[in-house]
Design a protein around this ligand. Structure first.
Ligand SMILES: Cc1cc2nc3c(=O)[nH]c(=O)nc-3n(C[C@H](O)[C@H](O)[C@H](O)COP(=O)(O)O)c2cc1C
Length: 218
């Protein structure tokens, strides 16, 4: 019993520590993402690799107010190196730009195991053999919008390669969550990059991405 409480404590303390504090933030107004330019899909004959990712802009943990999401930075690097197509997972209802407000919405979604609607889904996943899935860690977990994307497409027989950016939790339980959502896919070992590193340190981010891609045979 003691071990059980210790395990709960070890999970909750790091999550809540950084969810509580987020200083040094400047405000700005960024327009909602352009839904029409969410995808750079190319003809089926051209491509077999997809990088699909969710990434939020606005006030973010440890980086202030950002106009390009941390995960988006990594997604673009991976797509460029693997010559993949990019697809941005965009929710129909934009998440709050304020960090604290966003944590509350995310918490409610996780607690209710919600599947928030996508603004637009990918036309066809069938043409891809390998799909990199990128996301920020939210409350030690996958943002529910990513689960909506996983639930609305058929990943049977495909390779899924997770990557995340985070504030200290690493990949947490997300590889397992993806495997549960896509039981007929093969989920390969994922990559976790600290959000602040993705935002501020391009060489370190590239080094991490390159080393990981190499282990996957790219
Ligand atoms: C709603 C919310 C919940 C978060 N929960 C966690 C968490 O549990 N663990 C963690 O390491 N980082 C957490 N973070 C920090 C983000 O994972 C991190 O800043 C990430 O790089 C943001 O990526 P993005 O800019 O692509 O959205 C959270 C951020 C938000 C907005």
């Amino acid at each position: 019993m003691k071990k059980f409480f210790l395990a709960i404590l070890l999970f909750l303390v790091p999550c809540s520590l950084f969810l509580i504090g987020c200083g040094g933030v400047s405000q700005d107004t960024t327009p909602a993402p352009d839904k029409t330019s969410a995808s750079t899909e190319k003809p089926a004959s051209d491509k077999k690799i997809l990088v699909a990712y969710f990434s939020r802009t606005g006030e973010e943990y440890n980086v202030g107010f950002i106009k390009k999401g941390n995960t988006e930075v990594v997604a673009e690097m991976i797509a460029q190196r693997t010559d993949a197509n990019l697809f941005k997972i965009i929710p129909e209802r934009t998440y709050p730009e304020e960090y604290q407000a966003c944590t509350e919405v995310a918490k409610t979604e996780i607690e209710s195991n919600a599947r928030p609607a996508l603004a637009v889904d990918i036309e066809s996943i069938a043409q891809y053999d390998t799909i990199f899935i990128g996301y920020p860690i939210w409350w030690g977990s996958l943002p529910r919008i990513v689960l909506t994307f996983l639930d609305s497409n058929d990943f049977s027989g495909k390779k899924i390669v997770p990557f995340c950016t985070h504030g200290g939790s690493g990949l947490s339980s997300t590889e397992r969550e993806i495997a549960q959502a896509c039981p007929n896919a093969e989920v390969l070992p994922g990559l976790a990059i600290v959000g602040k590193t993705a935002h501020n340190d391009k060489p370190a981010t590239e080094k991490g991405v390159d080393a990981w891609l190499k282990t996957l045979g790219y």
